[in-house]
Write a protein that binds this ligand. Sequence first.
Ligand code: BTN
Length: 254
Amino acid sequence: MTAVEEALREGLRARGRDWAAPIEHHRRLVSTSDRLKERARDGAPEWTVVLADEQTGGRGRQGRPWASPPGGLYLSVLLRPRFEAVGLLPLAAGEWGVAAELKWPNDALAGGRKVAGILAEASSSASRLDWVVLGLGVNLEAGEGLPAEVRETATSIRTLTGARVEPRVAACAVLTHLAFWYDALRAEPAAIVRAWNERALPWWGRHVELRSGGQVMRGIAERIDPGGALVLRREDGSRTVVLSGEVSAVRLEP
Ligand code: BTN
């Protein structure tokens, strides 16, 4: 076991979580999620964790790259859910203890800038969900290592709080929150939806553009429904319920 793996286990134990599953730390990887997907296919147990100090091919949602210079948190965790409310999993993962506004489906924003993101990837066979790899990226440090275009839309924990947070400390916080919300999801899925509707409050009643499966729709974001989908009120008063996509606020012409 490397020193980082040991420190992580110790940190998790101190937070009341004995991590039975493997934890794999790398100095550099193409993508922690790619590595963990390989391990998932090889039968790795639930809660296996892969983290890296930097990624050379970090991936974001919608095929976007995720800039991953040293100093940030790049972590993927393997889940093998066997319960109904699995559609809410990305929302549960968003509840990870960063005091930020949440943007559906799972962005953490502060002052409109992105501080963290989650990529959920799943594999199923014969209508049974086999595994889910949740990839979590948190901008811990101010943006020097980030490309200019990302710097304009991103912020970091350091910028927001002035605190320098070590990636392994952030990893412990993220994993313990995730484990907590995963349990909550199993026990009371409605609590996740309630928490989301509160944390994403600034979005409700706002005119948004939603890109989903090659379609672009406009409307007013109303709320998250019990299944984790976004409810959009269209111009003609009808409602569309969307399970996945990208939302952005639109400014209406005066
Ligand atoms: C997003 O677009 O908001 C999701 C970003 C997810 C980035 C994380 S970093 C760790 C894991 N490995 C990856 O390649 N991507 C995810």
